[in-house]
Design a protein around this ligand. Structure first.
Ligand SMILES: [Zn+2]
Length: 461
């Protein structure tokens, strides 16, 4: 009987707290608290041992984020510093707002409702109570925690089903911090991995744990860092991939979380990104598992300018090369005023269509890798012997003559074909000048040339 009573009363409590939460949420919505305002009121509390430079950092993050997002939310920030006697008064102040004393973790941001005025939600950021020595990446910590404010604002007192997954919350915050620190001039040696390192690390992780699949386990705080992984690294890479599939604005501008209020987070994810979460997980796992590291690294954005990344994507195509300005700047690193950014004779749009690299670092014989005794190797061309230049010996094609040896505009003489032209993008396709005909060099154990005009194969002598 007592057991029965307990169940009833706990159910009752759940019901009551739900009603209270929903009412509070509605109140907050009514006062427009989930909307960004241009002049939020911000109260900063610093422990007496917090250095000036950290205060300056915080000011910079606040003003930058307000600029990116067009404003912010009213909140309190507590920077607790190192010594407990210095931060104790801050905890008392926080307790007077919340009605309880918050527990300090290393870095923590949370949302609380002012116990005295439930219509006045308080964001609170506590930063690191341990020694500050060695923490040169305060800018990153501030950016990460400050972004959580923007994520949490549309979520105040929403039902549990509306809460974004942990990998979404932390992956986005960690990605923002990385982008922000890289795009903001600062004197800190940033200790966390950059995005390129994280992408490479993720590929290694999948190689090391062939049974691992990113997915529902990473939706909770307990599973966000699977065995052998830390610092929300996988979540950050998953978020980067989501940005790659859609765009940075769509994935990182957190107002889309409010879609989840009535229907829950999973349906909101599907609606916002046009794919279900499980489709995304599959897509992401396949992308990492079945691509080379080189391909995976290409999803790192080519710009770290947060104001550009967070702006609505610029879909104009200034140079009419088939790639919109956003894609040129963010995805490919090509010029928006040149149709052929790497001057290889193919327009940027055409190269993307063909799966080529439109911003290919121009391959050059000067960058050839030394193999052994007058033998060198150029990845786009193959191995060649240079001792008797301007005559060279190519491992597959045999002897050729070239006076300029310029792979981006490569004129060379083959004894059996005469003057020929090619470049690093189209090689092993070769233009045979005298016959105005294309050749294809088939590099196999029996090296041969295919002459398209005559549909014949010619062996290399
Ligand atoms: Zn976080």
């Amino acid at each position: 009987m007592i057991f029965y009573k307990l169940i009833v009363s706990s159910l009752f409590l759940v019901l009551i707290s739900k009603i209270v939460a929903t009412e509070k949420g509605n109140d907050l919505k009514e006062i427009g608290w989930d909307q960004i305002v241009t002049n939020p009121s911000i109260t900063k509390h610093f422990a007496s041992d917090v250095e000036e430079i950290r205060k300056t950092d915080l000011e910079q993050v606040i003003s930058d984020f307000h600029a990116f997002f067009g404003g912010g939310y009213s909140h309190s920030i507590f920077v607790t510093g190192a010594s407990s006697t210095a931060y104790q008064p801050l905890l008392s102040t926080a307790a007077s707002i919340f009605g309880y004393t918050p527990q300090l973790g290393s870095y923590l941001s949370s949302v609380g409702i002012d116990a005295n005025d439930p219509k006045d939600p308080q964001f609170v950021i506590f930063i690191e109570k341990e020694s500050m020595d060695g923490h040169e990446h305060q800018l990153a910590v501030f950016a990460h925690e400050y972004y959580h404010i923007y994520q949490n604002a549309p979520l105040l007192d929403q039902p549990e089903s509306a809460k974004p997954y942990t990998w979404v919350m932390e992956g986005a915050a960690a990605l923002i911090e990385t982008l922000y620190v890289k795009s903001t001039p600062n004197n800190y040696p940033y200790k966390q991995e950059n995005l390129g390192d994280l992408l490479a690390l993720t590929k290694d992780y999948y190689d090391q744990y062939p049974d691992f699949n990113f997915g529902t386990e990473q939706e909770t705080h307990e599973g966000i860092n699977p065995e052998g992984m830390q610092n929300y690294n996988l979540a950050t890479v998953a978020m980067t991939y989501l940005c790659h599939l859609t765009n940075f604005r769509k994935a990182l501008w957190p107002d889309w979380y409010s879609l989840a209020y009535n229907n829950g987070f999973a349906p909101a994810f599907t609606e916002h990104f046009g794919m279900s979460k499980s489709q995304f997980y599959n897509n992401f796992n396949n992308f990492i598992r079945y691509n080379s590291k080189e391909t995976i690294l290409k999803i790192e954005p080519k710009t770290y300018q947060l104001d550009y990344l967070l702006a609505e994507p610029d879909l104009d195509d200034n140079d009419s090369d088939g790639l919109c300005n956003y894609d040129e700047i963010v995805r490919y690193g090509t010029s928006i005023s040149s149709t052929d950014s790497d001057t290889d004779g193919f327009s940027d749009g055409r190269e993307v269509e063909l799966g080529l690299n439109p911003s290919g670092t121009i391959s050059s014989f000067e960058n050839s890798e030394y193999v052994a005794f007058s033998w060198k190797k150029l990845p786009d061309f193959g191995s060649y012997f240079e001792e008797l230049s301007p005559w060279y010996y190519h491992q597959g094609m045999g002897w050729f003559y070239s006076s300029n040896l310029d792979i981006s505009d490569f004129w060379f003489y083959l004894p059996d074909f005469g003057w020929c032209w090619s470049n690093h993008v189209i090689f092993p396709y070769i233009y045979e000048n005298s016959k105005e005909n294309w050749l294809f060099f088939n590099e196999t154990s029996e090296d041969t040339f295919y002459r398209y005009g005559e549909k014949t194969w010619t062996p290399v002598d």
